[in-house]
Design a protein around this ligand. Structure first.
Ligand code: ZN
Length: 214
């Protein structure tokens, strides 16, 4: 949790794994092993196609490894008639998976930035969120990655990213706490320096947690 990942790795694709990617067949065999480990019979009718289905689901859930979020932000607009006020995209729903239990993390991301001549299409911000969410994640890491990526590529006067999410590894196992959501935030530039700017952003997104306003 205290590890601060290096900025230089944020906007690039995921680093190459240390081992070669297994074949689809090997992946399906591994899922079959997990079914046996759970205590069931992978040969019974209901489970026969499960390894193939899970492999396909993985391709969807983890498609972010094949994406480079930096690319989404490269096309910008400069003709904004001098607009230099805050731009906020709130309630970007995301589904991710925790890297410790492979359990879903479901929540919303709020992104704000103060443009420095360059403005990006709003759907692109959502695509940046998606690219990071569709990987194995830790909420704090994902939060930092999104903020650094926007700061690094758009070079705005400031970026703010707040994430509210529930972690199913917490609600369905372990402490079994429901209704708990975790709020994290990353503020750069003006959002970090200027409490008024930060407060304005937090009020636009509905003040998810007063503790964020430090
Ligand atoms: Zn977990």
């Amino acid at each position: 949790m205290n590890d601060t990942p290096k900025v230089t790795t944020f906007c690039t694709k995921q680093a190459k794994p240390s081992e070669p990617r297994p074949s689809r067949e090997e992946a399906e065999r591994a899922i079959r092993t997990l079914l046996l480990w759970a205590g069931d019979d992978p040969a019974r009718e209901g489970l026969r196609d499960t390894p193939a289905r899970v492999a396909r689901a993985y391709e969807d859930w983890f498609s972010g490894y094949d994406e480079d979020p930096e690319e989404f932000l490269k096309r910008t607009f400069e003709e904004v008639e001098g607009y230099d006020d805050m731009i906020v995209l709130k309630d970007i729903r995301f589904e991710s998976h925790c890297e410790h239990h492979l359990a879903p993390i479901i929540g919303r991301v709020h992104v704000g930035y103060l443009p420095n001549n360059k403005v990006v299409g709003i759907s692109k911000l959502a695509r940046v969120v998606e690219a990071y969410a569709r990987r194995l994640q830790v909420q704090e890491k994902m939060n930092a990655q999104i903020a650094h990526c926007i700061q690094h590529v758009l070079e705005p006067k400031g970026v703010a990213v707040v994430i509210e999410a529930t972690h199913q590894c917490m609600t369905t196992r372990g402490v079994h706490k429901t209704g708990v959501s975790m709020v994290t935030s990353a503020m750069h530039g003006e959002f970090r320096k200027n409490p008024l700017t930060r407060r304005e952003f937090l009020s636009v997104i509905g003040n998810p947690a007063s503790s964020v306003d430090g």
